[in-house]
Design a protein around this ligand. Structure first.
Ligand code: FAD
Length: 431
């Protein structure tokens, strides 16, 4: 008779340490097969050298090496998720399946469908909270409705964290003996249909966080954590980070709370994925000029801060947060191009692309989101440059040809500012 097993399904939680779903899986009665599925529904939409696929593959290789030290290995599959699960049910005698929750609309629908398939096979499917401290509707207003303003959300979040006495981490090392003994073939990147990218995810760096509150806005100073792709793919644990940040730096902790704020916004208001959070802004007459968009994408607007940011993004898959704010505001306000265009471009290029944070921040910059910048606030890219890169170190790095006569701005700031305010005003009045 075939051996009864438990499956643990890795998704965006690519680590063994402090992994809640894995911790519970390992305590089941059956040996645990860890599995990862490269989902064709997603892979088919990506270029063959997408750096994020390479990063996932590297992270899986690290997990596999750790599993091998314990006489086990990672089972990698590729295909349409539903079809893969049908095949897994045939291949193994699966008694239970564990995973960690994923709150994006695509993932929720996928998990519902897989849950139904497993249920039809009498296999329980357990999903755990892992990627956030507080999920879904855990932080709500007194009336039970979700917060749409950050500061009261953050205060409630901190209050709850303190009442709970921090957050428990899950160490499963003493259960590693319960991994299924195996030596599955580890699929290469080529076997998955991808190739190495020259763009790589940087290791994260927490050593400079002590002065984060003073330095984080200056793109020339290497003073942010580079955690974002690691949080996206779960190669670090949010519980460990938060327990650490609480003792180290309040401003840094606030950023981790912004991440959860936007996650609960997407969960509670999934329309924000494609539509304005504030429907009062639906009547804005965007110019959506293709040629202007191209100049923005290629970093040739004539505004050094915007161009440096877009070039950093195109060359590295990363852009400093202050500069993301400047380029996003420039696209929506100076060029009157709707935020969805910029959001899609970032989604294609960012190594840390996270649906909730991307739409949340884009809508913030466009003024259409919850707790957004007021529509009449139009960043002046020249003033931003003077304030945050006074010596021009950042722009010289990304625009080697930069000199005093650099380019000619594609739009005049004063004209663009007045035009944006008038267009927004007219759009809001119309609705
Ligand atoms: P740090 O400054 O070290 O921050 C630590 C962590 O806090 C980040 O890794 C991130 O998880 C979280 N965080 C920080 N700022 C924000 C924020 N404004 N909103 C939500 N979480 C935050 N972040 C993404 O992770 N994915 C995205 O797709 C994304 N798109 C963005 C689009 C725009 C237009 C803007 C203005 C910001 C966007 N951000 C996004 C937020 C922010 O720019 C990045 O999280 C940050 O630059 C990543 O670098 P870091 O890890 O060194 O950040």
């Amino acid at each position: 008779m075939q051996q009864e097993v438990t499956l643990f399904w890795f998704r965006r939680d690519l680590r063994l340490e402090d992994n809640v779903g894995l911790y519970h899986a390992l305590q089941s009665k059956f040996p645990v097969i860890p599995v990862f599925i490269f989902d064709d529904a997603i892979l088919d939409s990506l270029p063959k050298n997408d750096a994020r696929v390479g990063f996932i593959h590297d992270s899986l290789a690290k997990i596999n090496a750790q599993l091998q030290e314990n006489g086990s290995s990672l089972l990698i599959k590729k295909g349409k998720t539903q079809a893969v699960w049908h095949a897994l049910i045939q291949e193994f005698h699966i008694k239970e399946v564990y995973c960690n929750k994923d709150y994006e609309p695509y993932a929720i629908a996928r998990d519902l469908a897989i849950g139904t398939t497993l249920e039809a096979n009498n296999t329980p499917f357990f999903s755990h909270k892992d990627q956030v401290i507080f999920e879904e509707k855990e932080i709500t207003k007194a009336d039970g409705l979700p917060y749409t303003v950050y500061t009261p959300y953050k205060n409630k979040w901190l209050e709850k964290y303190k009442i709970n006495g921090g957050v428990t981490e899950f160490d499963a090392t003493s259960w590693y003996g319960n991994f299924y003994k195996s030596n599955f073939d580890f699929l290469t990147l080529e076997q998955i249909g991808f190739e190495e990218s020259s763009i790589k995810v940087k290791p994260h760096n927490l050593s400079k966080i002590a002065n984060y509150h003073e330095t984080r806005d200056f793109p020339a100073i290497d003073s942010t954590s580079y955690l974002s792709p690691h949080l996206r793919f779960g190669t670090v644990s949010i519980r460990k980070l938060v327990n650490w940040a609480v003792r180290k730096n309040d401003v840094f902790l606030s950023e981790l709370i912004w991440r959860e704020f936007f996650m609960q916004i997407l969960f509670n208001f999934p329309k924000v994925m494609t539509q304005n959070f504030k429907s009062a802004y639906d009547g804005i007459q965007w110019l959506n000029n293709e040629a202007d968009f191209k100049r923005w994408c290629t970093g040739t607007t004539g505004y050094p801060m915007v161009d440096a940011g877009m070039r950093q993004l195109n060359q590295t898959g990363y852009m400093h947060n202050r500069v993301r704010m400047v380029v996003a505001s420039f696209l929506c306000k100076h060029l009157l191009i709707e935020w969805q265009w910029g959001e899609a471009y970032f989604a294609e290029k960012l190594l840390d692309y996270e649906l909730s944070a991307n739409v949340g921040n884009w809508q913030w910059a466009a003024g259409t989101g919850c707790d957004a910048a007021p529509y009449f606030r139009v960043f002046n890219p020249e003033i931003q440059l003077k304030k945050f890169d006074e010596k021009g170190i950042y722009i010289h790095k990304w625009i080697p040809e930069f000199n005093l006569g650099y380019g000619k701005p594609m739009v005049d700031h004063a004209m663009a500012r007045d035009r944006a305010i008038a267009t927004y005003k007219a759009g809001i009045l119309k609705n």
